[in-house]
Write a protein that binds this ligand. Structure first.
Ligand code: PLP
Length: 432
């Protein structure tokens, strides 16, 4: 597909900001939406609106089949073995919270509660085939994250570990901004963690981790691997069977899809052990005032009315990526990034902490100007970049860049001309 044809599909790219054409370089925060995604939402509400998996009238059946079509598309998108390994969530953050909270054993089983004190509904039987006792996190356990993580892949684990008195260790990164495999191996030997939760692509540095290798090593020591693929899904062909991670999560809105929709993938054998994080309609069967059974995964984890229109539109986002070609997207973004980085490196005031990473993200700081000033002044030219801590404060502390850094993150619709204008305006701003 030609660049002209790609850009035509994104109505927002015609917008003017402060009377200048929009140059949107904040795609790691969220991408814009092509017409097929926008139309899918309008079409759903105009033609098919109903609650799936509930009523057996025509609209209900249509809604159910549209949801299951998206589940199958998502499953193929990451090469899962079975579409039933796909759970719809509200996004990466929710997916990570569901996984982390499942490792917390705090639900009393019927045998643990004094039957005398039972009021109806207060006893929760063994809800499902949860983890074995030795799979939950305890005060003797360790779990690993890495120095690269987004707050969404730190805080749920911090809460879990604080509740149980377990210890979090962070895997250091190399000069290239990737997980240091040597240190990782040493840490595995020393701590035998139960969980290793790491990002596929860093949202700050654009560095790409070798998830297959990390999974292989972690599994040798009995750890489960959680992969945060929020920044990988729009740029890399994901193959969960090859990565061999136990869990993988991502958000639709970072891959040309709608907000409020995410995917939680888990290998069937671990998915069946996850605890529901919400209880209510759709997730249970055999319900009485005394008890209920949790439905088999993924439905037992999808309580309440989902973001139906959003999930339906996710199908179109996946189609957009497939039709454009993920390899072509990656190639285009890679060329743009090389150009961007070369131009940035030619500006003496600019420092890039880890140049030459694989992903389409470049963060930089300057010797003479605060990141907020850079972001605000660029906005006056219609250019959107992200400034601040990017929800990765521990990484920024390690990089020693103060309270923030400026980030350019690319998508398939960005052009060389846009990068040229960005560089020209950036030079003007920092040399004023
Ligand atoms: N993980 C990474 C690496 C991210 O970049 C982000 C968002 O920027 C998230 C997790 C959280 O994603 P969401 O806000 O869609 O839940």
């Amino acid at each position: 597909m030609s660049m002209e044809n790609i850009r035509k599909q994104f109505p927002i790219l015609k917008r003017k900001i402060h009377n200048k054409p929009l140059i949107y370089l904040d795609n790691a925060a969220t991408t814009h939406k092509p017409l097929c995604v926008i139309n899918a939402i309008v079409d759903f509400y105009s033609l098919h609106n109903a609650n799936p998996d509930r009523g057996f009238h025509t609209l209900g059946i249509e809604a159910s089949s549209l949801i299951e079509r998206s589940r199958k598309a998502a499953s193929r998108f990451i090469n899962a073995k079975d579409s039933l390994e796909i759970v719809f969530t509200a996004g990466t953050t929710e997916g990570l919270n569901i996984i982390a909270s499942s490792f917390l054993k705090d639900t009393p089983s019927v045998n643990e509660v004094n039957r005398e004190n039972v009021v109806y509904g207060s006893v929760i039987q063994d809800l499902r085939n949860n983890f074995k006792d030795n799979e939950y996190i305890t005060d003797k356990d360790f779990m690993f994250i890495s120095d690269l993580e987004h707050h969404s892949n730190i805080l749920p684990w911090m809460v879990l570990c604080k509740k149980k008195g377990a210890t979090i260790k962070s895997i250091p990164i190399t000069q290239q901004g990737c997980i240091d495999i040597c240190s990782f191996e040493q840490m595995l030997k020393k701590y035998h963690p139960k969980i290793v939760a790491i990002t596929y692509v860093s949202n700050v540095l654009g560095s790409v981790n070798d998830i297959s290798k990390i999974s292989k090593l972690a599994h040798q020591y009995g750890a489960k691997v959680v992969c945060d693929a929020a920044q990988a899904a729009p740029h890399i062909a994901i193959d969960v069977q090859n990565l061999d991670c136990d869990f993988l999560v991502f958000s639709a809105h970072k891959m040309y899809g709608p907000t409020g929709v995410g995917i939680l993938y888990a290998k069937k054998e671990v998915l069946d052990k996850l605890q529901p994080h919400k209880y209510g309609g759709g997730m249970a069967e055999n319900i009485s005032l005394q008890n209920f059974d949790v439905r088999a995964a993924p439905f037992g984890l999808e309580s309440g009315t989902l973001n139906i229109a959003g999930i339906v539109a996710l199908y179109e986002a996946i189609q957009f990526i497939n039709n454009t070609g993920i390899e072509q997207i990656a190639q285009h973004e890679h060329e743009l990034k090389k150009y961007l980085e070369k131009e940035l490196q030619a500006i003496p005031e600019i420092i890039i902490p880890t140049p030459d990473t694989q992903g389409p993200i470049v963060s930089f700081h300057t010797r003479n100007m605060h990141h907020l000033d850079i972001g605000t002044l660029l906005d006056a030219y219609g250019i959107a970049i992200r400034t601040g801590h990017h929800c990765a404060k521990p990484l920024l502390d390690i990089l020693n860049v103060g309270d923030g850094i400026s980030r350019v993150s690319l998508a398939v619709y960005n052009t060389k001309e846009e990068i040229g204008i960005f560089i020209e305006k950036l030079k003007k701003i920092i040399r004023k």
